[in-house]
Design a protein around this ligand. Structure first.
Ligand SMILES: *[C@@H]1O[C@H](CO)[C@@H](O)[C@H](O)[C@H]1NC(C)=O
Ligand SMILES: *[C@@H]1O[C@H](CO)[C@@H](O)[C@H](O)[C@H]1NC(C)=O
Ligand SMILES: *[C@@H]1O[C@H](CO)[C@@H](O)[C@H](O)[C@H]1NC(C)=O
Ligand SMILES: *[C@@H]1O[C@H](CO)[C@@H](O)[C@H](O)[C@H]1NC(C)=O
Length: 276
């Protein structure tokens, strides 16, 4: 036999045993806390699929095998997805399609990345890749004022447990305050906390009051949220030193230990000293 006959046979045969991924369904965006997601890879194998049909799923490139199914065996979950997959989930009753999809239970943000589905037989192969982002809109998002000084107010906006990297701005009349300062932190799980503060002078507020907006967004997740706070210029400070002096007295009233009484005495002496 010469090689050209082999070659012709291969071409003729590949018509009936070609594999072809028709559709790949991977949700692009998933909010953290979602009960489950299904990653599907719908393929056709021709009329008589060739021997050696294998369905494989990879995460973030060809070294990250996470799922493998060789019909009619049971599917296997490997590495990153171990313990995260509903093993009884079947997307179809057809013997060569049943376990092609992965149902991930309660996906975490660390499962964000590129998923590749590879369908192959001994002589044919097809693959497709889609990305999935599991984002966290965070918690305890709040926007407050700190009034320590006359004529000045500190606007402070905080949000925690965000993913991926957030952007936070404080808007005055729809325009970001340029002097606002943003502090961003990432914990060991990769979750972000963000805090933006801005000092506003009463002179900057030209109306009897102003509503400031704190805008939080996760650009990669197409997510935005906001909080508002209304500031009235001319108010006297609320968090002044006088409140701090009051605290030891409250202790005294409620059966305080000797140490608290000492503190009170010290505070009184200090106050007297200041008065004189
Ligand atoms: C994921 O895919 C995008 C585009 O498809 C690519 O730019 C990126 O490098 C991939 N990331 C990884 C970790 O493979
Ligand atoms: C996977 O790739 C994405 C970028 O596509 C990256 O953000 C993520 O950290 C990677 N995940 C792991 C576990 O390597
Ligand atoms: C984010 O929104 C833009 C415009 O609305 C859209 O084109 C893009 O596909 C969205 N991104 C994702 C990941 O859904
Ligand atoms: C703030 O959010 C509300 C909905 O909650 C929206 O109607 C409003 O346009 C948002 N404001 C800004 C400045 O994005």
């Amino acid at each position: 036999m010469n090689y050209s006959i082999h070659f012709v046979l291969l071409i003729v045969c590949s018509k009936c045993i070609a594999v072809n991924i028709k559709r790949m369904d991977v949700p692009a965006l998933v909010e953290l806390g979602t009960e489950s997601v299904i990653l599907d890879c719908d393929y056709s194998t021709g009329e008589t699929p060739g021997p050696g049909l294998v369905i494989k799923w990879f995460f973030n490139g060809s070294t990250g095998l996470v799922y493998q199914w060789i019909p009619p065996l049971r599917p296997q979950v490997i590495g990153l997805l171990k313990g995260k997959v509903d093993m009884s989930f079947k997307i179809s009753d057809e013997p060569l399609q049943a376990y092609r999809a992965i149902k991930i239970i309660n996906p975490g943000t660390h499962l964000s990345g590129n998923y590749t589905c590879v369908v192959s037989t001994f002589i044919a192969e097809d693959s497709q890749t889609r990305s999935m982002l599991v984002y966290s809109p965070g918690n305890s998002f709040h926007f407050d004022q700190e009034k320590k000084y006359v004529f000045l107010v500190t606007l402070k906006c905080v949000a925690e447990y965000l993913y991926p990297r957030p952007v936070m701005t404080i808007l005055s009349k729809g325009v970001p305050l340029e002097r606002a300062v943003t502090d961003m932190r990432m914990d060991s799980w990769g979750m972000y906390s963000v805090e933006t503060t801005a000092l506003v002078h009463d002179d900057d507020v030209t109306s009897p009051w102003e509503e400031f907006v704190c805008l939080l967004s996760l650009p990669l997740a197409n997510y935005t949220n906001n909080r508002t706070t209304i500031y009235y210029p001319g108010l006297m400070p609320t968090h002044s030193a006088s409140i701090e002096v009051k605290k030891p007295m409250e202790h005294q009233a409620s059966n305080s230990p000797p140490l608290a009484r000492c503190t009170l005495l010290f505070t009184l002496l200090l106050s007297i000293k200041i008065i004189f």
